[in-house]
Write a protein that binds this ligand. Sequence first.
Ligand code: ADP
Ligand code: MG
Length: 695
Amino acid sequence: MNTELEKNFGCRVFNDDVMKQRLPEDAYNSLVSTIKKGLPLNIELAETVAGAMKDWAVEQGATHFTHWFQPMNNATAGKFDAFLTPTSDGKPMLEFSGKELVKGEPDASSFPSGGLRVTFEARGYTVWDPNSPAFVKDNSLYIPTAFCSYTGEALDHKTPLVRSNAAVSEQALKVLRCLGDTETSRVIATVGAEQEYFLVDRADYENRLDLKICGRTLFGSKTVKGQELGDHYCGRIRLRVSEFMKKLDNELWKMGVASKTKHNEAAPAQHELAPLFCEADKACDHNQIVMETMRIEAKKLGLACLLHEKPFDGVNGSGKHNNWSLSTDLGENLFSSGKHPEHNLKFLTFLCAVIIAVDKYQDLIRFSAASAGNDCRLGGHEAPPSIISVFLGDALTDILNHIANHTEQSEMRTKKLLDDIAVLPTLNSDASDRNRTSPFAFTGNKFEFRMVGSSASVAVSTYIMNTICAEALEFIADRLKNATSVEEGVVDLVSYTVKNHGRIIFNGNNYSEAWHNEAERRGLCIMRSTVDAAKALADPKNIILFEKYRVLNKTECISRYEICLENYVKTINIEADTMLEMASRQILPACIKYAGEVANSALNLSRAGAPSSAVDRLVKEISTRIDEITNSIIVLSKMVNKLSDVSDWLKKAELCRDEVIPAMNNLRKACDSIEPMVDKKYWPMPTYTEILHRI
Ligand code: ADP
Ligand code: MG
C-alpha cells in the first residue's frame, strides 16, 4: 500500500519510472545506456524523449519549459518558452522538439564570464544534462543543462563538474584494477550537502535595506541574547519555523530531493537541512533546488530565508557542509574502512589519495570556499579558520603511522558507555571522536568539507575534490603497477603519504590560536582573504592539473579567477554603497533628531531649575558620535570613489580588502556604538534583538 507520502516523493520528476512507463522499450534502453556510457544523444532518440517529456509535463500542469542552468553567480537561470504554438489557422498546438530538449541558445553576454564574452559575441549554448532528471516546478518543465559560450568554453559550474566526474572515475578505475577489482565499471562521486540558513520575519527583512540588498546586516549592535546559553541548537522548533520546514520538505520531496534531517542550529533564528546523499551531479542540482525553494516557501509564510554566510555579527554564520565520497557502480563505498582498516588495502589506498590531493592542492580547496560573504564567516564563531587541514581521528592516524613505521598496532579498544544504568542499552564507543573544528574531516565513510559558504554552489568544491583526487589516484595507480605485490605497494604508499603529506593531518582544535602558529610552522597555506585564494586558479601548476584532466582549460581557469575577483569587488562595492545610503539617510538623521530632543530636554530641565549633568553628558556623547559617523561616511565615500578610478580587477580587489573594508568597519563601529543610546522610537530599522527573536 502506498501512502500519500510515498506517492508524492518524486511525483514532479521525469525519473526512471516515468521514462520506463512512457518511452517505447527500445528508446528507454538506448537512453539509459547513452546516459550510463556518457555518449552523445542521437536526434531521433531526443525527439522521442522530448515528446514523452512534454506530454508528461503538460499533465503535471506545465505550460512552459526552460533550460535551467547555473551561471557563475551562485544562482540559477533560465528563460521560459511556452509549449503553445498556434497553427496557421489559429488552432492551439503544443510543441516541444528533440532539438529544443537538447540545446538552447540564451544570450550569454549578461552573465559573469571573466572576459570570455563580449557583448557583440553574445551567443551561448545550454545543453541537456540527461544525468540529472527534468522536473516540473511552478507550471514549468525544468531541464537541467550545462552552459557554455559560442566558442565552447564553460560558463557555469556544472560543466567542469560533469567533466571532473569522468576524470575521477577513470583514474579510480585504474587503481581498482591494480587492486584486483575487475568488476567495477564506473566510480561515482557522491555528495550530501548540508545547508544552514536563517529565518527572519519578512517585515524586518523588508525594513532593512542591508538585508534586502546584501543578504546580511551591515549595522547592528549585539543582541541581548545570542547563542551563549546553547539553548537553540537542536532545541524545540518554533511553530512558524516548523510550518516552514513541513512545507519545504513537502515541496522538496515532490521534486525528488531526499530532504532527510532538519533541526535548529546554534545561533538564534538559525536552522539546518540535510538531504540524503546522491550522485554529485544530481546533488549539486538538488542543493540549488533546496536554496530556491527555501526562499520561496519562506516568502509565502511571511518569512525571509537568509542564505548569506554571515547575516549577523556576533553569532554563528552559515556554512554548507560538502559530504563527499567515492563509490563504485556496484554500490561499494571506497572510503568504508570496515572492521579492520589496517588490513583494508582498498580503503587505505583511497584514503592516501585524499591526503595527498588535499595537501598538494590546499590552495584550490581554499579557493572553492572563497567569497566576500564567506570571508566574513571563516575564522569567526564556530567556523573553520582559513587553513586547510585533514582530520582523521587518533585511531586512524595511529594505524597510518604504524604501517608507515612498520610497528605493531595495538588492539583498537572501544569503551562500554552507560553500562552502569541497567534500564538503558549499553553502547560501544566509536573508535574515534568527531572533530567539529576541522575544515576537512573524515567522518566514517566520507569526508566532510565544512568550509564552503552557505550561499555557494556546492559544484565548485566538488569538481575540485574530484580533479585533485583524479591526479592523486593516477599517481597511485602508477606506483601500484610497479610494486612487487599489492600489499607491499600499499604499505609503501602509506609510508610515502605519511612522510610527504602527513603535515596536512591535524586532529586538534582548529579554532585555537596555537594551531595558526603550528600551521605556519608546518608550511600550510593560510589565506585569509578571497583576494589571495582567487589566485589559485591562475597558478600555472593548477592550470596544468585542470588541463590534464580536461576539467577546465587555461582560458576557463583565468576567466574563473577574474570572475572570483569581480564578484568580490562588486559585492563589497554594493555593500559600501548600501552602508553609505543607510548611514547618511537613515541612521544619521535619526541620531540628529534624537540629539535635538535630548538637548531640548536638557534645556527644559535646566529652565525648570533641575539641571541634570547625566542628560547634558548624553547630549555631548551623542553629538561626538554623530561627528564620528559623519567622518566615517566621508572616508568611506572617498574609498568608493577611489575604487571606481582603478580598472584592474586584482588592484580593485586589493583596494577593497585593504581600504574599503576597514573603512566600512569603522563606519559600522561608529553607528553600532550609538545605537544603544538612542530611544527605540527613533531608531530607523529593526534591531538585532528584534530580528533574531521575533519568530
Ligand atoms: P552531521 O553529523 O555532520 O550533522 P550526518 O551524519 O547527519 O551529518 O550526515 C551528513 C550528510 O552526509 C548527509 O547529507 C548524508 O546523506 C551525507 N552522506 C552520508 N554518506 C555519504 C556518502 N557516502 N557520500 C556523500 N555523502 C554522504
Ligand atoms: Mg555536518
